[in-house]
Design a protein around this ligand. Sequence first.
Ligand code: DQA
Length: 151
Amino acid sequence: MEKPGNAPRVLVIHGPNLNMLGKREPEVYGTITLDDINKGLIRTAEKSGLSVESFQSNHEGVIVEKIQEAVDNYNGLIINPGALTHYSISIRDALLLLGDTPVIEIHLSNIYKREPFRHKSMVADVAVGQISGFGAFGYTLALEAMANIIT
Ligand code: DQA
């Protein structure tokens, strides 16, 4: 495993309402909290030789600014844009700023089994791939996929 200082850096962005995981529609999203997910990401990163940082915001512009900061500062980006997935052209445009830096889109729920307005993703074709429907385990899958791409 690489020394932490040299490990490729991955940023994980959680969008609106994901801070409420555990309380939010548990029948859809499960009972795991965002803190549990972030701790799991750190464990997976250690096993995969990555360094990971997590960030959550309920505000579209704040997320756009965080993606802009990621340009040239991270080796990969994993994003669950929450509801912004379905309509945010500004998140999509910000992701395009990342150029060759790989982006993985993740959703806890299977967005294609839900309401028709969730079937459209503004970011799917900007991402290397999408993970949708595996609950919190999807974050482990996403980080392992990212490790496979960048290490
Ligand atoms: C979600 C799916 C979105 O449709 C929803 O608005 C969310 C969470 C998911 O992780 O399943 O906030 O991105």
